[in-house]
Write a protein that binds this ligand. Sequence first.
Ligand SMILES: Nc1ncnc2c1ncn2[C@@H]1O[C@H](COP(=O)(O)OP(=O)(O)OP(=O)(O)O)[C@@H](O)[C@H]1O
Length: 258
Amino acid sequence: MSTTPKIQVRGLSKRFGPKVVLDGVDLDIAQGESLVVIGGSGSGKSVMIKCILGLIRPDAGSITIDGEDITRLDRRGRERVMAKFGMLFQGGALFDSLPVWENVAFGLIQGRGTPRAEARQVAMRKLQAVGLGEQVGNLSPSELSGGMQKRVALARAIATEPEIILFDEPTTGLDPIMADVINDLIVSCVQELGATTITITHDMHSARKIASRVAMIYAGKIIWEGPAASIDSSGNPYVDQFVNGHAEGPIRMEVRPL
Ligand SMILES: Nc1ncnc2c1ncn2[C@@H]1O[C@H](COP(=O)(O)OP(=O)(O)OP(=O)(O)O)[C@@H](O)[C@H]1O
């Protein structure tokens, strides 16, 4: 078995003006692993994922996928590596101008050049896999509830059967029952694909359910990582404060008076 991590992040740094957001992030994610990244609002979780996706250019550091540094690739090389990725964006990011099935099939049609009729069939199968019937495929995303939109976004993330899937706050804004339905779907879809995943969430219930490993980001660095089962016995006061949601502790939130 190969010991090269599926994803390796080293010294990843990014600042916006004077604000240092990432300050030397190091992470290894093994093939088939499900890593959940936790951390307070504004701690740089989304910026890190955007760097991995190539949507933000880091100031320093490397990101290797299967041993290949993607920060050094030209556009074509990057497109080749990006074909390994699926993404569930925060808020779903569905196109209202396209019917649901075409949203799901977007990466197949645009990215892979799959003929529309074939892509439609795949999209309908993926919708079925997340518990949505064929009739939903012909609706507009705006006609769906928040929970259904998240399922569509999940179907889209898995449509190309990617090797790596990134989930940005997949349960935010959902009621606890629907959130758990999404958690279960993520676990089953990911297991079926054998995909490697990174999930960003504030939802500790979701983190416990999805994660094989958890990493916490604070002040631009990964300050703790460990198996999901050890999250309640980390011995790290930052992790304890976050996991238990206490206002008091070493983490100071930036709060301005109104
Ligand atoms: N394009 C940008 N230009 C300037 N500042 C940015 C940009 N993108 C992110 N930031 C800043 O970087 C910091 C980290 O943002 P990020 O969205 O990564 O936080 P987060 O940990 O994902 O937060 P949340 O959990 O609230 O989504 C924030 O202070 C944000 O304002």
